[in-house]
Design a protein around this ligand. Structure first.
Ligand code: PMP
Length: 385
């Protein structure tokens, strides 16, 4: 009998969190107060001026019609101003920026726009799963670039076989990084662009956490690097910076051919982002720096609390200057076993590193998306465990 589902769905990696989810429910059903540090979804509300801007925009019937596929001109202009003010990168809002239904949508659609069937595609592991799955949907072949602690969780381009690099079409990168919390400096981005130039690769850089930075650290944009505009695009998100995960708003910026190609997929698949949401996005970009600093300082305090708690409990932790994820080696090295045991014995949910790819094995991830008292309670349980 013909399979109802397309073959490409059967090629997807198994959903590794399903088992942990089932156990979480079981533990909660026993009456345990489960503390979920698994999900990277900000618990704080979207800033009020953004909510107000949406309410006003939604009352204006002109927002009720189809949006333009590439996004409202005013939103793209606001995104271009942000890229200029924040990174010193000058972009043409007409051709070098496209509004996205969240950066995830753009990252997945970019794969369809850039990857030919059987193309090797360079993908960081551990990593956000969309790079790999988008590649599989496009018929490409994921080639894993392991991110190792001894390299600061940056890929080692010299370890990639020249033959593979020569045949590859796309290089995915993500800094500040989920799940490792690692950051990349301009020198790394320069090496990435050099490597991409040598092997004629298109670079898709996921910058979803570009503004979740602490201690005076400011993440650079890959588009700052000379030559990047010829072959790179960067995916930005309003989700994390402004507590807007549910709104679905982001943008892709960079090389006009890449941005245009993503736009062409979107023209044929979705019909863009609700104009009222884009107007709210313009209000988010216009928030004073103090409002943005306030959001980040919440994560900084939580980070301090969790790093201190883990150290006290005897875990090795890395410096963390960006993102809201704490990535640490688990005793015994079996991340699924460790996370399952932790849940069973303490009621604390954290994510096994293997869920982010094979090179994530041996680690686990804590998301700082719970209030300080809950994080403190979780650390206390881990310490007493
Ligand atoms: N990239 C990374 C690394 C992420 O962690 C996420 C969300 N978890 C996204 C992209 C997607 O963000 P959004 O679609 O909400 O913009």
């Amino acid at each position: 009998m013909r399979s109802i589902q397309a073959q490409r769905l059967t090629c997807l990696p198994p959903y590794l969190f399903a088992e942990l989810d089932r156990r979480r429910k079981e533990v909660a059903a026993r009456g345990v107060d489960v503390i979920d540090l698994g999900i990277g979804d900000p618990d704080l509300p979207t800033p009020a001026p953004v909510v107000e801007a949406l309410i006003e925009a939604v009352r204006d019937p002109s927002t009720h019609r189809y949006p333009s596929y590439q996004g409202m001109r005013e939103f793209r202009e606001a995104a271009a101003r942000y890229m200029k003010d924040r990174f010193g990168v000058t972009l043409d809002p007409e051709t070098e920026i496209c509004t996205l239904i969240g950066s995830k949508e753009g990252l997945a659609h970019a794969a369809l726009a850039m990857i030919e069937v059987d193309d090797p595609v360079l993908i960081p592991s551990p990593g956000y799963p969309v790079y790999r799955i988008g590649t599989i949907f496009a018929g490409g072949r994921p080639v894993i670039m392991p991110l190792r602690a001894e390299n600061g969780f940056l890929p080692d381009f010299s370890a990639i076989l020249v033959d593979t690099a020569a045949r590859a079409s796309v290089l995915y990168l993500n800094y500040p990084n989920n799940p490792t919390g690692a950051v990349a400096d301009e020198a790394f981005f320069r090496r990435a662009i050099d490597f991409a130039e040598t092997h004629d690769l298109t670079v898709l850089h996921d910058a979803a956490y570009a503004d979740v930075c602490f201690d005076g650290y400011r993440a650079p944009s890959i588009l700052q690097i000379p030559g990047a505009m010829s072959r790179a695009a960067e995916f930005h998100s309003l989700s994390k910076t402004f507590n807007m995960t549910g709104w679905r708003l982001g943008f892709v910026a960079g090389n006009a051919e890449i941005v245009g190609a993503v736009g062409r997929i979107k023209t044929n698949v979705d019909s863009g982002v609700f104009n009222a949401i884009q107007r709210a996005g313009i209000a988010a970009f216009a928030l004073p720096q103090t409002a943005k600093d306030e959001i980040v300082s919440v994560y900084r305090r939580r980070r301090d609390l969790v790093l201190a708690g883990l150290r006290k409990a005897g875990f090795t932790v890395f410096d963390l200057h960006a993102t809201f994820y704490v990535w640490f080696p688990v005793p015994g090295g079996d991340s699924r076993e460790f996370c399952t045991r932790l849940l069973e014995e303490t009621g604390v949910v954290i994510t096994p590193g293997i869920g982010f790819g094979e090179a994530g094995e041996g680690y686990a991830r804590i998301a700082l998306c719970q209030p300080e008292d809950r994080l403190a309670a979780a650390m206390d349980r881990i310490l007493r465990h």
